[in-house]
Write a protein that binds this ligand. Structure first.
Ligand code: NAG
Length: 251
């Protein structure tokens, strides 16, 4: 009984819904990608957009893994910030993208340091530490003052390492997307639409003008037999318009 009801209802609903929803999602994704990609720094480096930030993953040439001290990592990101992570989603993004840059698992420097005044970890950006992802095993003998943090690109876990003695293989710089350019995109789309509609209006007017001219010519030069057929071919809307003009022009 129930299955037969579903059997009747399903074919009606299914074919329309998923297709249009998929289409919308696709258009949205394409639009989002286009509008996001343009807002990262154009300095010749590869910046990967995620949410409202951009990330640059440093990688050596020819797949060679490089080693960076913490000081070197900070220098490489000058003008931008060393990677900070404020949510599980952001942590996941780094995890997902790392294999596209580095062949194996690497440890990535985070822009975090031990603040001796507040006696806890802080971001260099001064943003509050809202999210952490510490691994379970505490590290062996690292002085609190020498505590830096590295993210394991395979597990996503954070490890305390020595700022002075350790070298890591991953450096990621981060920066905000420029807000100015996000505003430019929709207006570009809008002006394209305006131009298109102007072109369409001009085109339609030209056709109407042409038909009007032809009508005037036709009545004087062509015979009645040759004059009628072109108007029968016209679509109903246009032919009605022309008819209206005809009645107007003959007082
Ligand atoms: C790393 O160090 C900070 C600051 O001392 C501490 O809060 C955190 O629990 C440590 N993490 C691990 C995994 O030991």
């Amino acid at each position: 009984m129930i299955s037969s009801v579903f059997a009747v209802m399903e074919p009606r609903k299914k074919p329309h819904c998923p297709r249009s929803v998929l289409c919308c999602v696709l258009v949205l994704c394409v639009h989002l990608r286009l509008s996001l990609a343009g807002d990262c720094p154009a300095d010749g480096r590869t910046w990967v957009p995620f949410e409202d930030k951009c990330y640059h993953f440093f990688h050596g040439e020819e797949d060679k893994i490089k080693s960076y001290t913490f000081e070197r990592a900070k220098t490489l990101c000058q003008g931008f910030e060393l990677l900070t992570i404020h949510s599980a989603e952001e942590n996941e993004f780094v995890l997902k993208y790392s294999p596209e840059v580095w062949k194996g698992a690497v440890n990535v420097w985070l822009g975090m340091y031990y603040d001796t005044n507040s006696e806890d970890m802080r971001w260099f950006t001064d943003e509050p530490v809202k999210f952490t992802n510490w691994e379970d095993n505490p590290p062996l003998d690292i002085l609190p003052m020498d505590t830096c943090v590295a993210l394991h690109s395979d597990t996503g876990k954070w490890q305390n390492v020595s700022c002075l003695n350790d070298v890591e293989h991953g450096v990621i710089c981060k920066t905000k997307q420029k807000a100015v350019e996000t505003k430019k995109k929709p207006s570009a789309l809008l002006s394209a639409l305006v131009i298109l509609s102007v072109v369409a209006i001009v085109g339609v007017s030209a056709v109407i003008w042409f038909l009007h001219q032809k009508h005037n010519l036709g009545s004087t030069v062509f015979t009645a037999f040759e004059y009628h057929p072109p108007f029968r071919v016209l679509e109903t809307d246009q032919s009605r318009l022309v008819e209206a003009e005809e009645t107007n022009s003959v007082p």
